[in-house]
Design a protein around this ligand. Structure first.
Ligand code: TYD
Length: 221
């Protein structure tokens, strides 16, 4: 069966992921055509997923147990795989996804201290053998990311709700998530390309393009 290429973006809130995803998508579309590229995000990306997203990210959803939070992330993921990701890959397309299981491992496994094993067990059950071909992990220093994320969320909240539940977490939570991301990168260097340090948007973009070019060539796309 032909298989496209599955690329995921990972990093803490405020790591510059959105900008880099947008630039990569523009680059891919120009090179391969609009039809060949599918862009999605987690949580969200399907009608069911958007409902889960609203539930899990709104700061008014108080008292969600860590296990509930993790189960909701995987419920969203199961739906996204079935509706969006698997069909696109089977059709030979390039899927660019904003967050995937590494986010659950970093935030719920690390941040909420559920541990990697629990997350990876659920991943095997829910996602089967599906792994990204390439994960672009943006890991600038923790402090700057947090400041950017907080500024952005203060701007975007309104009376219809917000997506701030995670940003209200304390620095300890983000420190654990950051460390877990590093651990994942060290464990799976073939899949995960960690881009660390204080770099310009352009410098990060160049590294992203170099990694993607290599994977596209290897996949014969
Ligand atoms: P989002 O607005 O996509 O954040 P960003 O734009 O910074 O990527 O919100 C997703 C939030 O959900 C983010 O704080 C990380 C969190 N999250 C988890 O905790 N676990 C997960 O499995 C996923 C996919 C996201």
């Amino acid at each position: 069966m032909p298989r496209g290429l599955f690329i995921t973006f990972e990093g803490l809130d405020g790591s510059g992921k959105t900008t880099q995803m947008r630039r990569l998508t523009a680059w891919l579309t120009k090179r391969l055509g609009e039809e060949a590229v599918v862009v999605t995000r987690q949580p969200g990306g399907t009608a069911t997923g958007d409902k889960i997203r609203a539930l899990v990210l709104d700061s008014r959803s108080g008292g969600l147990a860590p296990m509930t939070e993790m189960a909701l992330m995987f419920a969203d993921r199961a739906q996204a795989i079935k509706e969006v990701i698997a069909p696109a890959l089977a059709a030979g397309r390039v899927v660019v996804c904003d967050r995937f299981t590494d986010s659950t491992e970093a935030y719920q496994g690390g941040g909420r201290e559920l541990g990697s094993e629990t997350v990876l067990d659920l991943h095997r059950l829910v996602c089967g053998g599906l792994q990204p071909d390439l994960t672009l992990l943006l890991l600038p220093p923790l402090k700057g990311s947090l400041e950017r994320a907080r500024r952005r969320n203060a701007r975007e909240a309104d009376e219809n709700g917000d997506e701030n539940r995670f940003e209200l977490e304390q620095e300890g939570f983000y420190g654990r998530a950051w460390a877990k991301y590093r651990e994942i990168a060290q464990r799976e260097p073939q899949r995960v390309m960690a881009i660390e340090g204080e770099l310009t948007i352009e410098e990060v973009h160049e590294r992203v393009i170099a990694a993607v070019t290599e994977k596209l060539a290897a996949a014969g796309i």
